[in-house]
Design a protein around this ligand. Structure first.
Ligand SMILES: Cc1cc2nc3c(=O)[nH]c(=O)nc-3n(C[C@H](O)[C@H](O)[C@H](O)COP(=O)(O)OP(=O)(O)OC[C@H]3O[C@@H](n4cnc5c(N)ncnc54)[C@H](O)[C@@H]3O)c2cc1C
Length: 474
């Protein structure tokens, strides 16, 4: 047994340290089962002070440290890699809500709090917390900060970074950086909060955050829309943005292939509208006004009016508007199950990419064509947060291909897509981060100057390379 384990137990108590092989297993493999590694132990601190003590121990023993929240990340960022002695620092037990401050419309919460728990506690106080993603039942707010998670409400509320007012973090030195005043304006020197947010556990361990709270919408209106043409989707998005402003919360796109895959694995979602177009849109608007006519609200009229126009001019082939909150939830059910369905497929390559909205139609058309030409039968599972210019452009093996197809073609498929992303001025990571998955492409994508700045920052904040080594940067 490594000597650090006894010292960790002295610090965290026996329940705060796992080191038996079967206890370590779920922490050492990522959610998709693609990345796995080994660790000496999992440390489960309950306070920020304990996190700082664990970091000091790791420094003393020169043991690397992998921060982990809910382990739902899609880039292998929370999984140990390599042969260096390392421990996983799970934030799971550091999960208290420290304060809900309705006067200032803020919440201060510890990193290990599950996102859904946070949403529910805020809702019970009468306010609204907008960050929402399919993994919300398992992911933690610390993981959301560390990855600057996006999700389904970015159109109206922005990414995690946009709703965060301050953080507390333990640095590689073992010191605690704390900025939890909840100020809405604070131009005092460099923006350290935004440096740590999105740093994927490589610059500090986030132990708490203070966030904005919002007024809860009075209702949501959602529609499924069958549509073939990507340019028409963008036109509809822009019309809704013009007419509804930021009451438009979500504008999600799902290709027919992504829905067929989902229905195959989750047949309860079989609905005729999903095969009526090449793509299905899931559009959601939030209502903040009392009804302005006996039967409808203004946003409802905007949604219905726009869809009717598009139906009349033949730009969409079908539309279904949810008639109850239960139906809104059902619409979201299928959208959220696409990632789960993909995880059940034997092999796939994920691209979480973003573009300026005006470039999306061109990217899809030319990349679909290139892939079909060069990789006969390869399946393109394209869906995503279209309103944010964010596509989850994923590739699966052709029907009946050998089980090694993806492994054998991964490099060449990836090179085609990455070259196309560069050509259309996009990003290789819209919201999932870099982790291990995209690490080898970061230099090429960001260029030498930006890459060297990142390396210099890492060296300044973590000179011994203790925090999440081999992630983000080579
Ligand atoms: C079904 C499904 C749907 C998803 N949908 C979305 C989506 O719509 N939008 C989106 O952005 N993501 C999405 N994700 C990805 C994932 O849920 C997010 O990246 C989430 O923010 C990760 O949170 P986590 O607590 O699980 O972090 P983990 O997976 O545990 O860790 C992720 C990264 O953050 C680091 N980290 C974790 N906690 C801390 C901490 N306290 N301090 C410092 N570093 C830390 C880890 O080292 C790792 O690098 C989805 C995942 C799944 C499985």
């Amino acid at each position: 047994m490594h000597a650090i384990i006894q010292r960790l137990q002295d610090c965290l108590g026996p329940a705060g340290v796992l080191f038996e092989k079967e206890d370590l297993a779920p922490y050492c493999t990522d959610w998709r089962g693609i990345f796995s590694g080994t660790a000496l132990a999992v440390a489960l601190p309950k306070t920020t002070q304990q996190v700082a003590e664990v970091v000091q121990l790791c420094r003393a023993f020169q043991v690397k440290l992998i921060p982990q929240g809910g382990n739902t990340g899609l880039c292998g960022g929370a999984t140990p890699e390599g042969d260096d002695p390392q421990i996983i620092l799970s934030l799971k037990r550091l999960h208290q809500i420290r304060e809900i401050d309705l006067e200032n419309q803020t919440i201060t919460v510890e990193a290990g709090c599950i996102l859904q728990t946070l949403q529910e506690k805020v809702a019970a106080s009468g306010a609204f917390f907008p960050l929402s993603l399919a993994a919300q039942g398992s992911c933690t707010i610390g993981g959301n900060l560390a990855t600057n998670a996006g999700g389904i409400n970015v159109l109206r509320y922005g990414n995690t970074r946009d709703i965060c007012l301050g953080i507390e973090a333990v640095l590689a030195s073992g010191e605690v950086y704390s900025q939890l005043k909840g100020l809405r304006k604070d131009n005092t020197g460099y923006d350290l909060k935004n440096l740590l947010i999105g740093s994927e556990g490589t610059l500090g361990i986030i132990t708490a955050g203070v966030f904005k709270l919002f007024t809860a919408p009075l209702g949501h209106y959602a529609a499924l829309v069958a549509i073939d043409d990507v340019s028409q989707m963008i036109a509809l998005l822009q019309e809704l943005q013009r007419r509804a402003g930021n009451e438009l919360c979500a504008f999600e796109m799902m290709s027919r292939e992504s829905l067929e895959l989902t229905i195959r694995h989750f047949p309860q979602y079989n609905r005729p509208i999903f095969t009526a177009g090449k793509y299905t849109l899931l559009i959601e608007l939030a209502n903040f006004e009392e009804e302005h006519s006996p039967t409808s609200t203004r946003v409802q009229e905007v949604l219905e009016g726009s869809l009717e126009n598009y139906l009349v001019k033949g730009a969409i082939s079908d539309a279904a508007i949810a008639s109850s909150q239960a139906q809104v939830n059902e619409f979201w059910g299928i959208r959220h199950h696409i990632t789960l369905a993909q995880a059940k497929e034997p092999g796939n390559i994920k691209f979480d990419i973003s573009f300026a909205i005006s470039k999306i139609a061109g990217f899809i058309e030319s990349t679909d064509a290139l892939l079909k030409e060069q990789f006969d039968g390869v399946k393109i599972i394209n869906f995503g947060h279209l309103g944010d210019g964010n596509l989850h452009y994923n590739l699966c093996a052709p029907e009946g291909a050998s089980v090694d197809y993806i492994a054998n073609h991964e490099k060449s498929l990836t090179e085609v897509v990455i070259a196309q992303i560069q050509l259309f001025g996009g990003s290789i990571s819209a919201e999932h981060g870099i982790g291990q998955l995209k690490r080898d492409y970061l230099f090429q994508h960001r260029g030498g100057v930006a890459y060297q700045m990142m390396k210099d920052i890492k060296k300044a904040l973590d000179p011994e390379n203790l925090l999440n080594p081999k992630k983000v940067l080579l």
